[in-house]
Design a protein around this ligand. Structure first.
Ligand code: FAD
Length: 679
């Protein structure tokens, strides 16, 4: 075996239901259901085979250590994806349960669980001599002979103690048995640090300076294991003169050497492990090693050009929200030729909520209101969205992915949902008269039904539904609704971390990260924890209309790519010229992830009609006319268009009436002639 293992076995029945994401109490009955059929089905992982087999299977496959820890007696695969066990998730790609607090350490030391209160595990527990609950068992890397593992002898069962014991245990390995994926954890000498200044490895080098009893440096080293382009080391604060030359006045501090040789102290709001780790993970070019992301095989297949748009992660982009609506209408809903019954009600409620709460530009809101009215009057939905609202244009900014198949629509849908819950909480009056005004869950329940009924990713819908069933009912205020969605989104993030769908440039981490919201993060007894009051303040600011930026949304109608426009400038812009429509590769290149299924194309006749209309050489007059148009979702209908429609309608009605009277009068005359042939 070439990793170490710890088993913790707990007594059954003592609650674990209120663990914070990084908390493991030691007193409960805890374990993953080790022979859960579902768990097996999800990749034939470690748990189905019990401790002994776990040790050797793990050892043979990966060469690291293992911490075996039990979390709840009834934990099945589907439960682990729910919120009852925050931080724990079945990781199908790696074939193991993982905890968000340790998942980055997994290449060096992994955590697993066994429930000795389960009858089927009793033999294993007897073999491994487990009598007390909880029991932690460590198994060293490269263990070949049978061993019952080493007992955990920490003073308490706090997660911080468990983490530190894991580190001590790792450091107990001798040179020959050191887990290969585990970086050196011993401190560097000042001379070693100096030599780093001269070496040019083409990557970042971070050195955490700390006191001898501190674990921060080692935790940051382990946190960064899965990341490339950065190497982390630690050094002690013994040599004060040396620290002074580096400008270090307090520890822990992190000193960073950039790939170009420049260097200096890292400036974080709080000198905590989570702040240092998050800062290093967010450095340019530092990204998760794409262990599970197969590279595209050759250049020809990889030739799609993605134009990268610079953006600010602290801002919300109108282009993302509007592109979300485009996609939602023209792909997700356009697939439904007709809607009736519960589906129609779900859509009506969803559109009502969006039309009342979407903090968009006036023409966009006007069109959303129109959509709501059309739905209320039961006009055929397919006609509405295919004839008027469709374009083939999406433009992701804050949701752009480093590859075309990553991020995009699902990202923007989350952003739309958060925006709606925040708007409902900050502007509750917007829903007055809709029937939703008195229900703090109304928006969440509407989003839930939308996801269940229409979201293209069925698996996502099932996971979301499981979370909703579990705890949506506990939401009693509009603020709680905001926090509920935030915490469930984080649960999804932690479940998907390292997953195939994760963009290495945008690793799935608890959000907001410390750099975005330092006040949201606290450390209590060494545990990362959230200050939910501050999180709420942050969410209300982040998802407010004042944080919405129109940059890039303007060029949906403009040819000058990337030009930043203020809100006033955006309104009333001309239609996108047809050439741009056809040349713009974004609509093609920024498709949603494959999981959402193929893109529904516009019916050809509709596309043809739109093209003809857009190509009409009406000269400057057309531009003026377009300025008066509502340009939302690409195709604007000006007042001239509408007047022509009405005129045509009136003319055809008159024509029909004239024809009617003409034939009536004629038939009367014939009748008179037939009855009086002599006349
Ligand atoms: C309802 C729903 C359920 C999903 N379920 C699954 C699933 O089961 N399996 C699957 O593979 N994919 C699922 N997805 C897709 C997945 O969650 C991501 O949307 C997708 O992988 C793209 O990830 P991303 O990096 O763009 O970040 P996303 O997770 O999409 O986040 C988008 C943006 O929201 C902000 N954000 C991040 N976290 C939070 C938070 N906690 N609170 C507020 N804002 C936040 C950040 O600015 C981030 O860039 C689901 C999507 C939705 C909308």
């Amino acid at each position: 075996m070439n990793r170490c293992t710890l088993v913790m076995v707990s007594k059954k029945g003592e609650g674990q239901d209120h663990l914070s994401p990084c908390q493991v109490t030691g007193s409960g009955a805890q374990s993953a259901r080790s022979e859960s059929g579902k768990a097996q089905g999800r990749g034939g992982g470690l748990l189905p085979v019990g401790v002994g087999a776990v040790m050797y299977t793990w050892s043979a496959q990966t060469g690291g250590s293992l911490l075996y820890i039990s979390i709840k007696p009834t934990l099945g695969a589907e439960e682990a994806t729910g919120p009852a066990h925050p931080g724990w998730a079945w990781d199908g790609a790696r074939g193991a349960w993982s905890h968000s607090c340790f998942s980055d350490w997994a290449a060096a030391i992994r955590v697993a669980a066994l429930d000795c209160a389960e009858e089927k595990n009793q033999e294993v527990c007897r073999t491994y001599d487990v009598h007390f609950y909880p029991t932690f068992r460590y198994f060293k890397a490269f263990t070949k002979a049978f061993t019952t593992g080493e007992n955990f002898k920490g003073p308490d069962r706090e997660l911080r103690t468990v983490r530190q014991t894991m580190i001590d245990f790792l450091q107990n390995h001798t040179e020959g048995t050191w887990p290969p994926a585990c970086p050196p954890l011993d401190p560097l000498q000042p001379s070693d640090v100096l030599s780093l200044f001269d070496s040019r490895g083409g990557h970042y080098v971070a050195v955490v300076f700390e006191s001898s009893g501190s674990y921060v440096g080692r935790e940051v080293i382990l946190d960064l294991i899965p990341y490339e382009n950065v190497v982390v080391s630690r050094a002690l604060d013994g040599d004060t003169a040396f620290l002074e030359t580096l400008g270090i006045s307090s520890v822990p501090s992190c000193y960073l050497i950039h790939p170009n040789g420049s260097r200096g102290l890292v400036n974080v709001a709080k000198p905590l492990r989570s702040f240092f780790s998050s800062y290093l993970k967010s450095l340019p070019d530092v990204r998760k090693k794409s262990l599970f992301l197969p590279e595209k095989p050759n250049k020809a297949e990889n030739s799609e050009v993605v134009v990268w748009r610079e953006f600010d992660r602290a801002k919300l982009y109108m282009a993302d929200l509007e592109s979300c609506l485009h996609y939602l209408l023209r792909v997700e809903l356009a697939a439904h030729k007709s809607l009736a019954g519960a589906q129609l009600k779900t859509l009506r409620d969803f559109v009502t909520v969006v039309s009342k709460l979407f903090p968009g530009r006036p023409p966009v809101r006007k069109l959303l209101e129109m959509l709501q009215e059309w739905l209320a009057n039961a006009l055929p939905f397919w006609l509405l969205i295919s004839g008027i609202f469709l374009t083939n244009h999406v433009k992701w900014v804050g949701c752009q992915g480093s590859r075309p198949e990553l991020r995009g629509y699902p990202c923007s849908l989350w952003k739309l949902f958060h925006t709606l819950t925040v708007q409902a909480s900050t502007h509750p009056e917007a829903l007055v008269g809709t029937g939703f005004e008195d229900d703090p869950q109304a928006v969440l329940q509407t989003l839930r039904r939308y996801i269940q009924t229409f979201f293209g990713c069925k698996e996502c819908g099932e996971h979301f539904e499981a979370m909703a069933k579990e705890s949506m009912d506990s939401v009693k205020t509009l603020d709680q609704a905001v926090l509920w969605l935030w915490s469930r989104h984080n649960a999804v993030n932690s479940r998907l971390a390292g997953h195939l769908s994760e963009d290495p440039k945008f690793p799935k981490v608890p959000w907001p990260t410390p750099d975005l919201c330092p006040a949201c993060h606290e450390e209590i007894k060494g545990l990362d924890s959230w200050n939910e009051g501050q999180v709420l303040v942050f969410l209300k600011q982040y998802y407010s209309s004042s944080n919405l930026v129109d940059t890039y949304s303007a060029d949906q109608r403009e040819s000058s790519e990337g030009r930043a426009l203020g809100r006033g400038e955006v309104e009333g812009q001309a239609l996108t010229p047809p050439e741009k429509f056809r040349r713009d590769k974004d609509a093609e290149s920024l498709r949603p992830p494959g999981m959402l299924g193929p893109r529904a194309d516009l019916p050809q006749d509709v596309q043809h009609r739109l093209d003809l209309r857009l190509q009409s050489p009406r000269g400057p007059g057309a531009l003026q006319e377009a300025e008066a148009a509502a340009p939302f979702l690409g195709v604007g209908f000006s007042s001239l268009d509408m007047s022509l429609c009405v005129l045509l309608y009136v003319a055809s009605s008159l024509f029909l009436m004239v024809m009617y009277f003409f034939f009536r009068v004629r038939s009367k005359r014939w009748k008179v002639r037939l009855h009086h042939p002599a006349v």
